[in-house]
Design a protein around this ligand. Structure first.
Ligand code: UT7
Length: 330
């Protein structure tokens, strides 16, 4: 059942990054790398690192608090919290429940969602269904990650890429033709081995094995790169078709921030002018599920988003997964 004429709108946005900055120069002291390699291969100059006492629920709660305030509602108004994360505080309770408590969203159902770096798009589209069906009046969607805890700081091929942060949106009902006007979610489990967190779940056969291994991000970078450029193009075409828009109609693109070369390759292939693309990977690195809402908040604060704009958000990541949404800004 869907409520006739109802569409899910973004009513408020918020983001939070930890204070500590880790620059490429700092990394030069830690592993055999250099600023030139990191900058030319990824576009990343620095990333944020959570304090020892911070976990994903802390970052997510900060971002969520701002989004709720900006939506002009109170925490008790939230009916649903979905947290997209690959770095929950722990397996259970869910990070969403921890955030529900931190924010005082006492009337909200809460759950986590795992879709790698596509997590925010998946979570936003999931929440959209609750809004459209009338099951929830207001939903808080958060992408929050403390990837610094699952990075092997001795592996130069991965440790230079990731950072910590959180971004959030509040969704609520709006009139037809505004808000999320189209979405496309996809998965390709056959590519799951390309990006994994081994030794992190029930695929461990014994307590001894668990104790002997540390769960670190494992990635076949080149293969993931190829996958990313393929599905960003495919996802864009699919979602624009559903929205009934051409790529020229899009006012702003907010892609997942993994690597500036992926973003530039995409822009060139799709013939989308650079000015229409939001990129802040230089400041935060890859913050996985947090990257799109973090970039959305930055674009909003920079005045790059105006009422009536058609905004394309597109993500890809572990799973493998990818997803896109077109939001007509109200
Ligand atoms: O959000 C999840 C999705 N993840 C992604 O989108 C990541 C996609 N992949 C990428 O962005 C790129 O593949 C990377 C940035 C991860 C790697 O860039 P690349 O151009 O594919 O480099 P490579 O892995 O092929 O490595 C090239 C060389 C190697 O040396 P040799 O074998 O050519 O001598 C590496 O050992 O660069 C070396 N290398 C480094 N050198 C200095 C790898 N990491 C580093 C480093 N510093 N940090």
């Amino acid at each position: 059942m869907t409520c006739q004429g109802v569409q899910a709108q973004i009513l408020g946005v918020g983001s939070y990054v930890p204070e500590k900055v880790l620059s490429n120069k700092d990394l030069e002291q830690m592993v055999d790398t250099n600023d030139e390699w990191i900058t030319s291969r990824t576009g990343i100059k620095e990333r944020r690192i959570a304090a020892e006492n911070q976990a994903s629920s802390d970052l997510g709660a900060e971002a969520g608090k701002i989004a709720v305030k900006n939506a002009g509602i109170s925490p008790e108004d939230i009916d649903l919290i979905i947290v997209a994360t690959s770095t929950p505080d722990m397996y259970f309770p869910s990070t969403a429940c921890l955030i529900q408590d931190k924010l005082g969203c006492t009337n909200a159902a809460a759950f986590d969602l795992a879709a790698g770096c596509t997590g925010f798009i998946y979570a936003m589209v999931a929440a959209e269904q609750f809004i459209k069906s009338g099951t929830a009046r207001y939903a808080l969607v958060i992408g929050a990650e403390v990837l610094s805890r699952i990075v092997n700081w001795e592996d130069r091929s991965t440790c230079v890429l990731f950072g910590d942060g959180a971004g959030a949106v509040v969704l609520g009902a709006g009139p037809e033709g505004e808000g999320i006007i189209a979405s496309h979610l996809a998965a390709e489990g056959s590519g799951s081995q390309l990006l994994t967190l081994p030794c992190s779940g029930s695929r461990i056969s014994s307590n001894e094995e668990a104790a002997a291994n540390k769960a670190y991000i494992s990635m076949q970078g080149r293969e993931v790169f190829k996958f990313a450029v393929r599905v960003m193009e495919e996802g864009t075409k699919k979602v624009l078709e559903k929205a009934g828009l051409s790529k020229e109609d899009v006012n702003l693109v907010i892609p997942h921030q993994a690597n500036i070369r992926i973003i530039e390759h995409y822009a060139k292939k799709m013939k989308i002018p650079k000015e229409k693309i939001v990129a802040n990977v230089d400041k935060y690195g890859n913050t996985s599920a947090a990257s799109i809402p973090l970039a959305l908040d930055e674009a909003l604060q920079q005045g790059r988003i105006k009422p009536g704009y058609d905004i394309l958000m597109i993500g890809f990541g572990a799973g493998l997964t990818w997803g896109a949404a077109v939001v007509r800004w109200a």
